[in-house]
Design a protein around this ligand. Structure first.
Ligand code: DQA
Length: 140
């Protein structure tokens, strides 16, 4: 499968940022392990702190990849524009979160993205991304 992982704002700081919530592993280290676990698949990765760049990436890849795994960070809770971008494309999107957002502050319980995503995986640390790959593989 050809899958794209998109990480949104502040997720470039994984491994350094609020490690009690998000863990101490840098995303690039985890990603290398993922790539090794799925040698037959193409896993590409994009991170941006900017809403517009995330939308452009969804537009540019969302008619060709088999699926997008999207952790939009805090934009999850604010961005109707990212939700509209997901609605506009053909590739299915799985929303992922490292933390269990439903165990956290009320403001993190609302997602603009969930209604337009195939499904949501939250609370399994970085393995939320692996579970999203497995979910795409189940529907292959
Ligand atoms: C997050 C949860 C969001 O509420 C937060 O703003 C993030 C990370 C997660 O992966 O748990 O930046 O998406």
């Amino acid at each position: 499968m050809n899958l794209l992982i998109i990480n949104g704002p502040n997720l470039n700081l994984l491994g350094k940022r609020e490690t009690s919530i998000y863990g101490s592993e840098a995303f690039e280290v985890y990603l290398n392990k993922l790539i090794k676990s799925y040698p037959e698949d193409v896993l590409s990765y994009f991170q941006s702190n900017s809403e517009g760049e995330i939308i452009d990436k969804i537009h540019n890849e969302g008619f060709s990849v088999d699926g997008i795994i999207l952790n939009a960070g805090a934009y999850t809770h604010t961005s109707l524009a990212i939700a509209d971008a997901i609605s506009a494309i053909k590739s299915p999107v799985i929303e992922v979160h490292i933390s269990n957002v439903h165990k956290r502050e009320q403001v993190r319980h609302k997602s603009f993205l969930s209604p337009v995503c195939r499904g949501v995986i939250a609370g399994f640390g970085l393995d939320s991304y692996r579970l999203a790959i497995e979910a795409f593989k189940l529907s292959e």
